[in-house]
Design a protein around this ligand. Structure first.
Ligand SMILES: O=C(O)c1ccccc1N[C@@H]1O[C@H](COP(=O)(O)O)[C@@H](O)[C@H]1O
Length: 211
């Protein structure tokens, strides 16, 4: 099975298109106010308008008021919602969109509990933050924590980059990988060369990349 790739925190149409041309499956747009990758609605619409078809657009929110999520949904064509905070199940389902729920793998967290709490999540995104922290730290967590099949698509995140993603995939066999800071020149600015190296490395570890 091919490991899907999401690059998160795109802030410019050109880099979003570059990501699509590299073959990524999904791009993430950040609507968390305290993130250096946070987008205005106008910028988000410009990115979506620039993308070719068949690229999933994921909107990242962190404990946002429901009205804010609705406001974004009313003007930006998001395919999937990513909830990265302490959002409860009833909150996540109210938008009637596919969603993925971030699991804070820092500390003594049992991801199985999240499978039960979010039975209709399209997938669980395992990130390295602790419960109550924001996530997107650029730090990896101990992949040995992902030792069992959760019976749900897993997106591995947290501190991934071209230098460690092969080991991460080998250790956890995720449905997909998600990277943000590991392909950036600086916070909020993606580096096309780092994005390319990341995508090539994912393909290489699966024996699928031919230059
Ligand atoms: O990108 C952010 O600024 C962000 C802010 C708050 C929560 C999550 C955030 N990003 C997501 O965090 C993971 C891991 O990111 P990284 O590769 O370790 O930088 C990823 O899903 C981002 O989408």
């Amino acid at each position: 099975m091919r490991t899907r790739i999401k690059i998160c925190g795109l802030t410019h149409p050109d880099t979003a298109v570059a990501a699509a041309q590299l073959g990524v499956d999904a791009v993430g747009l950040v609507f968390y106010e305290r993130s250096p990758r946070r987008l205005s609605l106008r910028c988000a619409r410009e990115i979506v308008a620039a993308l070719p078809p068949f690229v999933t657009v994921v909107g990242l929110f962190l404990d946002a008021p429901a009205a804010q999520v609705e406001e974004v949904l009313a003007s930006v064509a998001l395919d999937v919602l990513q909830f990265h905070g302490a959002e409860e199940h009833a909150y996540c389902v109210q938008f009637r969109r596919p969603y993925i729920k971030a699991v804070p793998m820092g500390g003594a967290i049992d991801p199985v509990a999240y499978v039960r709490t979010y039975p209709d999540a399209a997938g669980l995104l395992l990130d390295s933050h602790r419960l109550g922290q924001a996530g997107g730290s650029g730090q990896a967590f101990d992949w040995q924590q992902v030792s069992q099949d959760l019976g749900r698509p897993i997106v591995l995140a947290g501190g991934l980059h071209a230098g460690n993603v092969a080991a991460a995939i080998t250790a956890t066999r995720p449905w997909g990988v998600d990277v943000s800071s590991g392909v950036e020149a600086r916070p909020g600015v993606k580096d096309p060369a780092l994005m390319s190296a990341f995508v090539k490395e994912v393909a290489r570890v699966q024996g699928g990349y031919v230059e």
